[in-house]
Design a protein around this ligand. Structure first.
Ligand code: DAK
Length: 257
């Protein structure tokens, strides 16, 4: 791995993936995205990992797709490269993912943060979809996930002007979960990850899938899907353990089975 650092056991049950192209503000070139895809696939299959935190550095989470690498590509080049399959694979990650964002989260960087399930930001974070300024538009979910998160009016303004919003605005708009001082953004993300890692990983996976389904379907279908996953949770040993632990007034010891 050249452009990302992966620590599967950063904390008990928590993996850390750090984007690592600092000089280029973690611009997402093809190799970085490929590495990220492979890392997430492997962490998703790693039984010891329950939650994945993705971060950059203090100056940038990621300033977008690598413009220098994209600049001379034709539509057919883009079609053949088929970067969407990489993004689709990342989206398929079944374990909860938290983005720990400081500095720039722009274009594909903002889209990557939004592909995660929750976002913890430092007070220096800036979010934006500035593709319009370079003659294109968001291509990895920016027009869809941003609109669902913050509504049409604000999304239109960001997508059509390319303007950035700061961490407080992002919090107020409902794009992110929490803003903390810059020295705390990673530890705060770890704190959230630790809370989730205490839960049944089976239930967490089923719950994540169900919440995500609400973005993709109408209410009746979503409720039906939720119900099936609810029943499925009762097939897990973790369900017996969780309920027994409650009755016995002790902490549950989930095995992810
Ligand atoms: N690509 C390549 N290099 C970048 C970059 C980027 N997105 N962002 C920054 N850099 C590089 C700069 O070129 C500079 O490199 P050197 O000149 O030193 O070699 C270095 O990082 C430091 O940047 P600056 O000198 O510009 O730093 P400043 O603090 O002055 O400005 C900035 C920071 C973030 C405001 C500025 O760098 C900037 O505006 N960056 C571009 C932001 C942007 O437009 N992002 C959107 C890119 S388009 C797709 C999926 C997704 C996408 C496309 C396709 N498919 C699935 C097909 C996504 C598209 C995008 O994200």
């Amino acid at each position: 791995m050249e452009f990302i650092n992966v620590t599967p056991d950063y904390k008990p049950h928590i993996a850390l993936v750090q984007l690592n192209r600092p000089k280029e503000l973690n611009a997402l070139n093809l190799q970085l995205m490929q590495e990220l895809k492979e890392a997430l696939k492997s962490l998703d299959q790693d039984e010891t990992v329950r939650v994945i935190v993705i971060t950059g550095n203090e100056r940038a989470f990621a300033a977008g797709a690598d413009i220098k690498q994209m600049a001379d590509k034709s539509a057919i080049d883009m079609l053949k490269i088929d970067q969407f399959s990489t993004w689709d694979q990342i989206k398929k990650t079944r374990k909860p993912m938290i983005a720990a964002v400081s500095g720039f989260a722009l274009g594909g960087g903002c889209e990557l943060a939004m592909t995660c399930d929750m976002i913890i930001a430092s007070e220096t974070a800036q979010f934006g979809q500035p593709e319009i300024k370079i003659g294109v538009m968001p291509g990895a979910g920016g027009t869809q996930r941003l609109t669902k998160a913050i509504g049409k009016a604000r999304s239109m303004e960001m997508v059509l002007t390319g303007k950035f919003i700061n961490a407080d605005e992002a919090l107020q708009y409902g794009l992110i979960n929490k803003v903390v001082p810059v020295e705390l953004y990673l530890s705060e993300a770890m704190h959230l990850a630790t809370e989730i890692a205490k839960m049944s990983p089976v239930a967490a996976m089923l719950a994540k899938e169900s919440v995500n389904r609400s973005f993709e379907t109408h209410l009746d279908e979503g409720l039906h899907f939720e119900r099936k996953n609810f029943y499925l949770a009762f097939a897990s040993e973790d369900q017996s353990e969780g309920m027994q632990a409650f009755i016995e007034k002790r902490n549950p010891d989930y095995k992810g089975k």
